[in-house]
Design a protein around this ligand. Structure first.
Ligand code: CA
Length: 449
């Protein structure tokens, strides 16, 4: 990647934060000192009082982390006895992985926000130092949708839309010319890598052969796209919006993950299993706090306050109006920069068109493992081990118990660990009963024996 001076980088990032760019801001968020009251503390019983009040949870400064930050800020953790929850900003996904390896006792974290299938890969020792296995429990999904793929403006008019097949020849010509299309994600072999691969593959572009895929920390992406060292970027809000809003117009939003796979699984809450086994009531208290925060986040009347909280320097450090659009489904899409507003495209934390967002479906864990096999990240034999890997990491029982203790309506508690058949924009279907049939149906793949 091209070297950028510190000043250069600050200029690029700083410009996006400039108040002069905030045209059309319809909602004036309240100041952080004019927020609604915090949640009331509950009277705890011997069944619900946590074994400890202290825990350290990692988060990445993107919209997926909102339930953790809101649970901390609005008193939803404290309400269930978790009065000393630290939410700790992680510099990168690699840093989060390193911090879970050492745990809070070693100055790291006990759990937090993860792309998928990081909890499974960490548990299996596939992305840890010395391949050490750190068993984890994945206990809730944090959010759905709210991710997208931005493309550098120099490629406008070349066919980068939802159906990217029109860009296939152009992309292959770039490769033949010796300057391949460079697409970036923030960590390899997890969500953002899968979204861009799925999208390109559906359009007949082989992400393993026709382009270069590179990892870039989120904080460097705005500058990388501006300087031309990156042609495409797959990430979560508010980063695509930051690229979009920059008046120099060096990038556009080609596609939203909500279009690729409506109500798709996104990021998850998972903790070290040893912490949960030692503190099961505390783990459920944390889950209850997250669930209440997810409901709070989905309530339209809380949006302006949520944006004001998340926008703070200590959290996302962005203009709060950048955070409103993704919650109302308002995006500026395509090289033509057309404003679309469709609630179906919005980020959701608690409920979506398919039912529960928060519940961690094992059928989604299976999709991530199947897609890992599709791209050769895991050997084909991993499919035969998928049940074992998924069961070892699934904390869905904790979710169910926490939901029952919270008094969640039974209609909002999924009856099965499977959400059933999943449908993608290109007509592909994933039947969790037949992952091999899904793999067989896909033309573009990079499977390894
Ligand atoms: Ca994401």
């Amino acid at each position: 990647m091209q070297h950028l001076s510190r000043r250069h980088f600050l200029l690029a990032v700083g410009a996006t934060g400039s108040a002069t760019l905030l045209k059309g801001c319809a909602i004036t968020p309240p100041s952080p000192d004019a927020l609604s009251p915090k949640a009331q503390a509950l009277t705890l019983s011997s069944l619900t009082a946590p074994e400890t009040t202290v825990v350290k949870l990692g988060y990445i400064a993107i919209a997926e982390s909102a339930p953790l930050i809101i649970a901390r800020e609005k008193g939803f953790f404290a309400r269930h006895g978790m009065t000393d929850v630290a939410v700790s900003k992680q510099a990168s996904w690699g840093a989060a992985r390193d911090n879970i390896e050492i745990g809070s006792a070693g100055g790291g974290i006990d759990g937090g926000q993860w792309q998928m299938p990081m909890p499974q890969l960490i548990s299996e020792g596939l992305i840890t130092k010395g391949n050490r296995k750190i068993p984890m429990l994945s206990m809730a999904q944090l959010s759905t949708q709210g991710n997208g793929i931005a493309i550098a403006s120099q490629h406008a008019g070349k066919g980068f839309g939802l159906d990217v097949s029109g860009a296939a020849e152009y992309v292959r010509e770039m490769k033949a010319s010796g300057k391949p299309f460079k697409a970036a994600y923030t960590f390899p072999r997890v969500n953002q890598d899968f979204w861009i691969r799925y999208w390109l593959g559906a359009g007949g572009i082989d992400p393993s052969k026709d382009i270069d895929l590179i990892a870039i920390p989120a904080a460097q992406t705005v500058a990388s796209m501006r300087t031309g060292s990156m042609d495409g970027f797959s990430t979560g809000d508010p980063w695509p919006s930051r690229i979009l809003r920059d008046r120099r117009k060096y990038g556009f939003l080609a596609v939203l993950t909500a279009q690729i796979w409506p109500s798709h699984p996104e990021e998850y809450f998972a903790m070290r299993e040893d912490w949960v086994r030692k503190n099961p009531k505390a783990a459920k208290a944390i889950l209850k706090g997250i669930m209440e925060a997810q409901m709070w986040c989905d309530d339209p009347k809380n949006r302006a306050e949520m944006a004001a909280i998340l926008a703070q320097r200590k959290y996302f450090n962005v203009p709060s109006d950048l955070l409103i659009g993704p919650y109302t489904g308002e995006y500026i899409l395509g090289a033509e920069r057309k404003t679309v507003k469709d609630e179906k495209l919005a980020i959701r934390y608690w409920k979506d068109a398919r039912g529960s967002v928060s519940y961690p479906y094992q059928s989604h864990d299976l999709w991530f493992l199947t897609e890992s096999v599709r791209w050769g990240f895991l050997p084909q034999g991993a499919l035969g081990e998928a049940d074992r890997i998924i069961n070892a990491v699934s904390g869905e029982k904790f979710w169910r118990e926490a939901a029952q203790e919270l008094g969640i309506a039974s209609a909002d508690i999924p009856p099965s660990t499977s959400r059933g058949i999943e449908k993608f924009f290109d007509g592909a279907e994933f039947d969790p009963e037949k992952p091999q049939a899904y793999l067989d149906s896909l033309k573009i793949k990079t499977m390894k024996a």
